[in-house]
Ligand binder design. Structure first.
Ligand code: SF4
Ligand code: SF4
Ligand code: SF4
Length: 368
């Protein structure tokens, strides 16, 4: 099982200003920055699984294991234990969104086998944090929770008479045939190698421009549609929700158009005249790119995340601009008052004035 990186999906490929380090933080010492892009040694596999679950845009994946397929196959099966001994290469491949969706979509409580991990290991810490976040968010609108087990419980679950046929059924599922193959591959030695350098080739550039909503977000969308709507909607602290956000734009915005052009998912958008900034919170993956590219630092995270957005997604208008045609060149531009001349023509006019003044001074000098 090998780690796969789709450079076109990485926000660092979209802009050199991106500060995203989620994959590197999750797989410390395995995924590193090389020429401003994540990099890892050829042959890296399961030991970097945590970066798969951490990447907001699903740029990382593991060969032969699809988190999306796992989600549906798990729900189809009767097994309610998620374990590296049974059905996942490592629990850390699952994102917080996956965990919330699994808990919501399952009628029986979902149990995560933490007993298979070494106490004190960084991967266990990451998995615990994700479970904690998922349960905290779930507590705002549902009584469902993810559960974890102890060593003893794991062995009971594995030997349980009831669960044995379910497990066979689970593993015999056609699309999970690969699971056993994966398990064998887990033990394969990892080839040592140099850090790979990923290039942004022409075909990658075309793909970079595409807006792409990760499958994990589509899964969450679908799951929430079937979940009961709470009577009241809570507002959670922004920092407690790692995978989506709500935003506002202040008066420093110059409508430079960069944030909504560069947003990888289409959460930020505009109209035909570029006269608005629209925002769909449920499409935002909190990659931070819009903040990183905003020169006047005009786009901000809202301090609270409104859970209402999960059940009644809205498109908010974060900013509206007056668009006028430039009296000089005829092109539309964001009008902020004063002369109806676009910034480019204004600049050209200023430069022409300076040249004219300099020429005048030279002429006057000669005449004296
Ligand atoms: S977008 Fe994904 S791959 Fe790119 S830097 Fe962020 S976490 Fe890493
Ligand atoms: S919020 Fe920032 S990046 Fe977006 S249009 Fe305004 S100035 Fe440009
Ligand atoms: S709105 Fe900003 S943080 Fe959200 S997905 Fe778009 S660029 Fe990333």
């Amino acid at each position: 099982m090998k780690l796969h990186f789709d450079v076109a999906l990485c926000v660092r490929a979209k802009s050199k200003f991106s500060t995203c380090t989620k994959c590197m933080d999750a797989a410390k010492g395995i995924v590193e920055l090389q020429e401003n892009l994540p990099s890892f040694k050829a042959g890296t596999g399961i030991e970097a699984a945590a970066c798969v679950g951490a990447c907001p845009t699903e740029a990382f994946s593991l060969s032969d294991f699809s988190t999306t397929e796992f989600f549906f196959n798990f729900l189809d099966s009767k097994v309610r234990l998620i374990s590296p001994k049974l059905n996942v290469p490592c629990i850390s491949v699952l994102s917080v969104e996956h965990l919330i969706s699994l808990a919501l979509a399952s009628e029986e409580p979902v149990v995560l086998d933490l007993a298979s991990y070494e106490e004190g290991s960084s991967v266990l810490e990451i998995i615990r944090q994700r479970i904690e976040e998922a349960n905290f968010i779930l507590s705002a609108f549902s009584d469902k929770r993810l559960e974890t087990n102890s060593d003893e419980e794991t062995s009971i679950a594995s030997n349980d008479q009831e669960s044995a046929p379910s497990r066979r059924e689970f593993l015999s599922n056609a699309s999970l045939k690969g699971a056993l193959k994966h398990k064998k591959a887990f033990d394969e030695a990892v080839e040592e190698g140099e850090l790979q350098v990923f290039e942004i080739a022409d075909d990658v550039i075309a793909k970079i421009k595409d807006k792409h909503l990760p499958n994990k977000r589509k899964i969450l969308f679908t799951t929430l549609k079937h979940a009961g709507v709470p009577d009241t909607f809570e507002v959670l602290p922004e920092e407690e929700v790692s995978f989506t956000s709500q935003k506002f734009v202040d008066e420093g915005c110059t409508n430079c158009q960069i944030c909504y052009r560069i947003c990888p998912t289409g959460a930020l958008s505009t109209d035909k005249k570029f006269s608005l900034i629209h925002f769909d919170a449920m499409l935002c993956v909190k990659c931070h790119l819009c903040h990183d590219v905003c020169e006047p630092d005009a786009i901000h995270l809202q301090p609270g995340y409104e859970i209402k957005e999960f059940f009644e997604p809205t498109q908010r208008t974060l900013a509206a601009f007056e668009i006028k045609r430039c009296h000089e060149c005829g092109n539309p531009f964001t009008y902020t008052g004063g002369e109806q001349v676009c910034p480019r023509c204004m600049l050209e006019e200023e430069e022409a004035m300076i040249l004219h003044e300099n020429a005048k001074k030279r002429r006057e000098g000669r005449e004296e």
